[in-house]
Design a protein around this ligand. Structure first.
Ligand SMILES: NC(=O)c1ccc[n+]([C@@H]2O[C@H](COP(=O)([O-])OP(=O)(O)OC[C@H]3O[C@@H](n4cnc5c(N)ncnc54)[C@H](OP(=O)(O)O)[C@@H]3O)[C@@H](O)[C@H]2O)c1
Length: 250
């Protein structure tokens, strides 16, 4: 099967490309690096010719509210019509758990992306994942002022990229759901405690302060704002195992 992975050089993209290639599929790892750009439309027609499945794993270079919204809207507006012209039969996108019930600029952009996918008429499956364990440092950085990281004690259930990619690959080979599936890590714990464990484990001297009023990327959050409310498929890699693997790979 010919499968185009948009963002095929990224964190999840590169792992997904490797899994699908191992399975014997013809896979194009599409990204600006390889001459395929969903913002300008460059290289899209050639990459999509003959493709049965497109997996969109692109991410915005900027997380600023306006820039990220523009990225996902412009990207889908060039990608989806190109897929329709090429006769693509399944569009798979990676989104985030709780984007439609938790407010922040990045989540609003992902909601806009999902709406364009649903309206496109192309058979689709949206995989909504919780935060990646690989994103813990970015979260700490975004919540830090000097050496203090203020975080709310809400529930948090991060998932490893090595759990996300096989599920994305499996989803791409399955029949389109025309709906959403949710995935999360195997462990659920207070947000502030997970980040504190992470910083301690990597020898980062910053101190995590439990602050019920602290926001997540500028948005208000409550106990269950970031975790799945219904049924979710769980990954197998917990925090300790993920840390062991990432330290061994470093
Ligand atoms: N971070 C999280 O915790 C989390 C949780 C759930 C879902 N997600 C979603 O997961 C997806 C993948 O995230 P990631 O962390 O794997 O991303 P990433 O590592 O930042 O990789 C982004 C990819 O997008 C490509 N890209 C950037 N601009 C592009 C353009 N104009 N046209 C085509 N490709 C472009 C990049 O290509 P180059 O290498 O050529 O620049 C790269 O391959 C995102 O949609 C994100 O919203 C993230």
């Amino acid at each position: 099967m010919k499968i185009v992975v948009i963002g095929g050089t990224g964190l999840i993209g590169s792992k997904t490309v490797a899994i699908l290639r191992q399975g014997g599929h013809e896979v194009i790892a599409a990204s600006p690096q390889s001459g395929v750009n969903t913002i300008t439309g460059e290289g899209l027609k050639g990459a999509l010719a003959g493709a049965q499945v497109v997996i969109d794993l692109a991410n915005s270079p900027s997380f600023e509210d306006k820039a990220v919204l523009e990225f996902f809207e412009t990207s889908e507006r060039s990608l989806l019509p190109a897929e329709a012209s090429a006769g693509v039969g399944h569009h798979v996108a990676l989104s985030i758990v709780a984007i439609d019930r938790t407010d922040n600029g990045y989540f609003r952009a992902k909601v806009a992306q999902e709406k364009l996918i649903v309206a496109s008429g192309i058979p689709y499956t949206i995989v909504r994942a919780t935060q990646f364990l690989e994103f813990l440092r970015g979260i700490a950085d975004s919540s830090a002022v000097g050496n203090i990281v203020r975080l709310p004690p809400i529930l948090f259930q991060p998932i490893a990229a090595d759990d996300v990619a096989p599920i994305v690959a499996e989803t791409a080979l399955a029949v389109p759901r025309n709906g959403i599936i949710e995935i999360a890590g195997p462990e659920r714990a207070p947000f502030n405690e997970i980040i504190a464990r992470y910083l301690k484990a990597v020898g980062d001297p910053r101190q995590v302060v439990r602050d019920p009023e602290a926001r997540y990327w500028g948005g208000r959050v409550e106990e269950r704002s970031l975790v799945p409310l219904g049924e979710a498929r769980l990954g197998r890699i917990g925090f300790d195992e993920w840390l062991r693997r990432s330290q061994a790979a470093a």
